[in-house]
Design a protein around this ligand. Structure first.
Ligand SMILES: [Zn+2]
Length: 309
């Protein structure tokens, strides 16, 4: 740099210094915070290179009871969009963090508050008044819809529209990536529907720990006969477990399905008493996975568990 004038040298040094402190795509990078792994995976694909996605709950963590860390408030404070499951799944931990973030853009009713449940066909919605005090963690409907790629296709299309309003310059790109994600979801759904069609009618029943597989069951023509939990969020008791044993034996059920964050002690007893097989399911997409990869993995395990060899 000997031949350059001093002012030019200074400019070059400044340019390098700026390049090191600024993100590659400039100052105005759009920030998305997602509560759970499946929604983060969807958001990453819709965001492409135009936004960054920050996931709060670890994919292996129980999303009903996430341990809120102080860093979550800071991460929410600087976000432009919040994506969450809704239907009370995150009610035990998210509302307090959201208030603490003092981020007006993310509060309910604002464009940056994306409740994904508003875009799905919900199951288990009670007709009458609901009461969480009885221990039911699903009083307003079942929030485990992200295991059904048909529902996630709907969520992605709506999310693409929301991102287009938040970041209008890139609106066409968000919408196109959302359509691609939705198309992959529908193809995955159809492929597995054809695969499960070969299962005989007597191999379509399973038992689950928690009401986490209702959407998978209705998508693939299966039947979740009884839960190990007497009520969503309530630990099993001996009287109820006796009912589960009776159901497994009388209906010749071969499969017990359980998300990875629930204790295995009761399922182990059931398996010993009945010969049913336990299949443990990763509840949410990992950060190094695509959503459809996660679905392929989960559904192939369910198929193997139901299929007699
Ligand atoms: Zn639940």
């Amino acid at each position: 740099m000997k031949s350059l004038p001093n002012t030019m040298k200074l400019l070059i040094i400044l340019a390098f210094a700026l390049a090191m402190v600024l993100p590659a795509s400039g100052l105005a990078e759009v920030r998305i915070v997602a509560t759970v792994g499946d929604l983060a995976a969807m958001a990453r694909e819709v965001a492409g290179g135009d936004a960054v996605v920050d996931l709060l709950a670890r994919p292996s963590e129980d999303p009903h009871f996430v341990d809120p860390k102080p860093s979550y408030v800071r991460r929410l404070a600087r976000a432009d969009v919040l994506v969450y499951t809704g239907v009370d799944l995150e009610i035990g931990w998210l509302p307090t963090l959201l208030i603490g973030s003092r981020n007006a853009a993310l509060q309910p009713g604002q464009p940056g508050n994306f409740d994904a449940s508003h875009h799905v066909v919900l199951q288990g919605v009670a007709a009458g008044p609901v009461d969480r005090s009885m221990g039911d963690v699903h009083p307003g409907g079942n929030p485990h819809y992200t295991t059904d790629p048909r529902q996630m296709a709907r969520v992605a299309l709506a999310f693409g529209q929301t991102m287009g309003r938040i970041d209008p310059d890139n609106a066409p790109a968000y919408r196109e990536r959302a359509r691609n994600f939705a198309r992959d979801c529908i193809r995955t759904a159809q492929r597995w529907e054809e695969h499960f069609a070969q299962l005989p009618a007597n191999a379509r029943k399973f038992v689950s720990y928690h009401e986490a597989f209702n959407y998978v069951a209705s998508w693939l023509g299966l039947e979740d006969v009884i839960r190990i939990e007497p009520k969503p969020g309530i630990a099993p008791n001996p009287r109820h477990v006796a009912r589960v044993v009776e159901a497994i034996k009388s209906q010749k059920i071969r499969l017990i399905l359980q998300s990875e964050y629930y204790p295995l002690s009761t399922a182990n007893i059931l398996a010993q008493q009945t010969g049913a097989k336990i299949v443990v399911i990763a509840a949410q997409t990992r950060e190094d996975q695509r959503y459809v990869e996660h679905i392929d993995h989960v559904v192939s395990l369910i198929f193997e568990g139901l299929h007699e060899h």
